[in-house]
Design a protein around this ligand. Structure first.
Ligand SMILES: Cc1cc2nc3c(=O)[nH]c(=O)nc-3n(C[C@H](O)[C@H](O)[C@H](O)COP(=O)(O)OP(=O)(O)OC[C@H]3O[C@@H](n4cnc5c(N)ncnc54)[C@H](O)[C@@H]3O)c2cc1C
Length: 221
């Protein structure tokens, strides 16, 4: 399936299910577009979107020496890793204006039966709802998991460090999942940044582990 990068994940999954194509059911419930999901190699339940990418078309902005180009790259070029891709690493080193933009994505899906695919999507969503605060204002998981086991996950370390009690202004650590920062009403970016600092300090003090942000801070801090 070839999909425009601005298509929302939920829409993509419903459309592909209606054509008896599955494989991406694990993404159901993750907000955002397919472009954003590829950029951060979004995933859940042990799967990630990078495993389903055949190729993508990108716009590479020009500069004083190069013209703007539209190119196609295979999945290998993206160097997908744990919630990251070459694009995500690229932007750490380059200015906002030079960011490549994913225009469309070619996905390898699997033939299945619509009713089975839809049931799997609903099951995944139900599981997600029990462990994550969905339907409230959050950016998803705030910190990367320092390791792959449950005991090495950022949520576990934060929970054990007492972070669920933390609050700065209207920014609070979710009681459902300690790696989610929730804006209760009018939290400012500064509230959220300060709360994130407290969360990091608590885990460093308790476990001597330095958490690294999965979210991106935009602008000058
Ligand atoms: C409640 C909640 C639950 C979540 N659960 C999960 C989960 O289970 N697993 C998981 O992996 N993630 C999860 N996330 C994070 C989620 O993957 C990201 O928020 C989402 O993929 C971002 O996509 P977006 O379209 O909203 O992008 P944005 O938030 O708009 O952008 C995010 C980044 O992607 C870049 N980007 C977006 N589109 C493109 C494009 N077309 N070309 C180039 N760069 C682009 C932007 O420049 C930006 O740097 C969750 C988030 C929330 C809020």
């Amino acid at each position: 399936m070839i999909v425009g990068s601005g298509v929302e994940i939920g829409r993509l999954l419903m459309d592909s299910a209606s054509r008896d194509f599955g494989g991406l059911e694990f993404l159901f419930g993750i907000p955002g577009t397919i472009g954003g999901a590829v950029y951060g190699n979004a995933g859940a339940f042990g799967h990630c979107v990078g495993d389903f990418i055949k190729s993508a078309t990108l716009l590479i902005p020009g500069d004083e020496n190069h013209e703007t180009r539209i190119v196609r790259h295979t999945a290998k070029w993206f160097e997908f890793g744990n919630r990251t891709s070459k694009l995500k690493e690229f932007v750490k080193l380059h200015s906002l204006a030079n960011r490549p933009v994913i225009l469309s994505v070619k996905l390898q899906l699997a033939q299945g039966r619509k009713d089975v695919i839809l049931r799997k999507m609903q099951e995944n969503l139900k599981t997600k709802k029990t462990s994550q605060p969905l339907g409230v204002k959050s950016a998803g998981c705030f910190f990367k998991n320092p390791g792959i086991s449950r005991e090495q996950s950022a949520g576990f370390l934060l929970d054990r460090s007492g972070a669920k009690r933390f609050q700065v202004g209207d920014a609070v650590v979710s009681k459902t999942h300690a790696n989610f920062v929730v804006n209760k009403n009018k939290a400012t970016a500064d509230d959220i940044r300060r709360l994130a600092g407290q969360m990091k300090d608590a885990v460093r003090a308790e476990f001597r582990t330095v958490l690294e942000e999965e979210v991106e801070y935009v602008g000058k801090w």
